[in-house]
Ligand binder design. Structure first.
Ligand SMILES: Cc1cc2nc3c(=O)[nH]c(=O)nc-3n(C[C@H](O)[C@H](O)[C@H](O)COP(=O)(O)OP(=O)(O)OC[C@H]3O[C@@H](n4cnc5c(N)ncnc54)[C@H](O)[C@@H]3O)c2cc1C
Length: 458
């Protein structure tokens, strides 16, 4: 059918069937009559990556529970979903992609290729040994679970959120668990060292061995892994999990002539349209998710936001633009929460380290409180750290047994509205003994910061 024919449906191709790709596909189909074709290298479609550590921990019965929608759902929704199919190239001039050796034409293209695990150079050789894992896909999780069933020791390399969640999960299973981290503190990209100490103590109380400030030199074994070498010493391990971060998967985009930014992510404008080599933005090529470079709202610097929540919001903006409702995606503050053993750990905005790297002077306020009235059964500790720059809230870190996500979400709004320390002190909070204290510990953290500001002024 010719594009000018009245019955012609525009062709939308989506590369990547993860958080962004499938959200765009389902919602565009619901609101328009695009022909939607999705290619995904992954053999599974529509599942929660975020749930993988909790299956390993035994909180969720099995990996099938993480499957959100089956292939039939997409078929019935009129979406042609090709799993296990990698797009090899994109020709922006011809408006085509090549997959499975065939050429497919598009009117609009969405690139949502996510990230790939980044494995340090010195560990690459050992990474091919049996029982060495990176954890990105459902298949990775299934293979890891199978091996864990006969293992007695695990070494996890990388103390970021996923490494820490997996360490807690393995310790809870009764495995001898070692967590090794290059930085001196755990979660060093997410929270300040003093807050990270709380997480460390908790993991240690669960039996996790922790080595910070070390980079393993090698993963050793004969066919199957047997140890990890750190400072010349071999630490025995039946299983090694490499959790040293991810890199944006941008090969396709870069080969097609789309520009990458300093973070390695794809450059886009506020409508999430791809930036071409000549500096223009292609109105028909949208990019979203972890493969895209965003802007940090506080520092103004380019960053990568490796969060499902950011990805999902980007999918909404791409959908709106595709169905002709112009929407823009602004700079981010990346609210984030992880559950590490019995602790909820959350953060939003910048950390002290990011502030210092960007020459931002900050004043912090710290408070310890409880998640419910002290006399109430099940009350747990809550630790709050707030960071202010020029009296304006720019970062928040909270650790506690519960109630972290809700506070982080509220502070996310406060940061985006540039709330001041005085405004936070005026915040009206609610109370009932089972879920809070009469004065929320947030107030004490803000008071602590204000006290320091007043002292600085004198
Ligand atoms: C173990 C784990 C736990 C996590 N926990 C959390 C959490 O608690 N909270 C949170 O906010 N985020 C979490 N995340 C991150 C979150 O899952 C990602 O940010 C989100 O999935 C990113 O979405 P995306 O669409 O950009 O990429 P993905 O969902 O990874 O999708 C990318 C897709 O592109 C496909 N692809 C790549 N190249 C090609 C190609 N050439 N051709 C065809 N297909 C291709 C891939 O196969 C994949 O299906 C977690 C991630 C992991 C791995």
């Amino acid at each position: 059918m010719n594009k000018r024919d009245p019955g012609y449906s525009k062709k939308l191709i989506i590369v990547g069937g993860g958080a962004v790709g499938l959200a765009v596909a389902t919602s565009v189909r619901r609101h328009s009559n695009y022909d939607v074709l999705v290619f995904s290298s992954d053999s599974h479609a529509s599942y929660s990556q975020c749930g993988i550590p909790f299956v390993i921990a035994g909180d969720i019965r099995d990996f099938n529970s993480l499957l959100l929608r089956d292939k039939e759902f997409f078929g019935e929704a009129g979406i042609d979903l090709r799993t296990g199919t990698t797009v090899q190239s994109i020709d922006l001039g011809k408006r085509t992609v090549i997959a499975d050796g065939k050429e497919y034409g598009f009117d609009k293209l969405v690139i949502a290729t996510g990230s790939i695990p980044s494995v340090p150079e010195e560990l690459r050789q050992g990474a091919s040994l049996e029982n060495v894992f990176t954890v990105r896909t459902l298949s990775d999780g299934i293979r890891l679970e199978r091996s864990l069933q006969t293992a007695s020791s695990v070494a996890i390399i990388g103390g970021g959120p996923i490494g820490a969640e997996l360490a807690a999960a393995c310790s809870r299973r009764g495995l001898k668990t070692l967590l090794v981290n290059r930085s001196d503190s755990l979660l060093s990209h997410n929270i300040d060292p003093d807050m990270a100490d709380i997480v460390r103590e908790h993991l240690e109380s669960m039996g996790t061995g922790i080595l910070t400030g070390y980079t393993p030199e090698a993963i050793k074994g004969d066919g199957s892994v047997s140890s990890v070498t750190i400072e010349g010493k071999d630490f025995p391990a039946d299983i090694v999990i490499i959790s040293t971060g991810v890199d944006p998967e941008t090969r396709l985009a870069a080969d097609a002539g789309i520009q990458l930014g300093p973070t390695g992510g794809i450059m886009v404008n506020e409508n999430l349209q791809a930036k071409l080599a000549d500096g223009s933005f292609d109105p028909d090529i949208y990019c979203g998710g972890e493969c895209v470079e965003l802007q940090d709202r506080i520092t103004g610097r380019p960053i990568l936001s490796q969060l499902a929540s950011t990805a999902r919001r980007m999918a909404g903006v791409i959908r709106d633009n595709l169905i002709s409702q112009e929407k823009s995606f602004g700079p981010v503050i990346s609210p984030w929460v992880a559950v590490i053993g019995e602790l909820e750990v959350g953060t939003v905005g910048i950390t002290s380290k990011v502030a210092s790297l960007n020459g931002i002077e900050i004043v912090s306020g710290l408070a310890t409180g409880t998640t419910s009235a002290g006399y109430y059964p099940g009350s747990t500790q809550l630790y709050i750290k707030l960071l202010f720059s020029d009296r304006v809230l720019v970062g928040a870190q909270i650790i506690g047994g519960k109630g972290v996500k809700e506070r982080i979400d509220a502070l996310s709004l406060a940061i985006s509205k540039r709330a001041t320390v005085e405004e936070l002190l005026d915040l009206e909070t609610c109370y009932t003994p089972p879920v809070g204290t009469l004065v929320d510990p947030l107030t004490y953290a803000a008071k602590g910061a204000l006290r320091k500001m007043t002292k600085v002024r004198k």
